[in-house]
Design a protein around this ligand. Structure first.
Ligand code: CA
Length: 211
């Protein structure tokens, strides 16, 4: 039985890793190939030709912050999610040097019960980075709480120290919020396969009483 379970587990893991690789991004215009359409508000957002992967045919989103520190300026997308599932979120960021203000690039994940992602806030999570003049990666994982039906992913230019009115800005690219988590689905699928194998083992059919 041990060998059968091992094979089943390996097959399940292989197929599930494939699922993760194919996981659909719930966000639109996440690589900013030509513009920043689809993100809101657009007031402090503009397209920048500096692409995280160095692609000449893509760019990134520039998030400007001319507020009085400490203050974060954000732009995001609201998408439907499933309560109880585990969600990963990730992005690349770049903070240019030579700015008179200092801060960080933040990626924020917030869960809501309402479809407008304005009212019905339940809980949120965020990751941030402060490296200068290099593309760096941000990533986090969070369980969608009971009662949540929508999630908002926001790009934020977070000015921590500086002067009022100065346009501190960060670039963000490759924003990723995959569909319901591979991790949890993988665990459930493996458990189901192992349970099925155990049921078959305990209910021998004609001519197959032993493994
Ligand atoms: Ca890009």
């Amino acid at each position: 039985m041990g060998r059968r379970l091992l094979v089943l587990g390996a097959l399940a893991l292989g197929s599930l890793l494939g699922l993760e690789a194919r996981a659909q991004n719930l966000l639109t215009n996440s690589t900013f190939d030509a513009n920043v359409n689809g993100w809101s508000p657009l007031t402090f957002l503009s397209w920048n030709g500096n692409d995280a992967d160095g692609s000449p045919s893509s760019g990134s989103a520039q998030v400007r912050n001319n507020g009085t520190p400490p203050v974060a300026i954000k732009s995001g997308q609201c998408v439907a999610i499933t309560a109880g599932q585990t969600y990963q979120y990730a992005a690349d960021y770049f903070i240019p040097s030579g700015q008179s203000d200092s801060g960080e690039a933040d990626l924020i994940l917030s869960f809501y019960s309402s479809s407008n992602c304005v009212i019905g806030y339940i809980i949120g999570d965020q990751v941030g980075g402060v490296l200068i003049d290099t593309w760096d990666h941000l990533a986090g994982t969070f369980d969608a709480p009971i009662g949540a039906s929508y999630a908002k992913v926001e790009l934020a230019s977070n000015k921590l120290v500086g002067t009022t009115g100065t346009n501190y800005y960060v670039l963000m690219d490759n924003i990723f919020l995959p569909e319901a988590s591979a991790g949890l689905q993988q665990g459930l699928a493996v458990a189901a396969l192992l349970a099925a194998a155990r049921r078959r083992k305990s209910r021998p059919g004609p001519g197959c009483g032993r493994d």
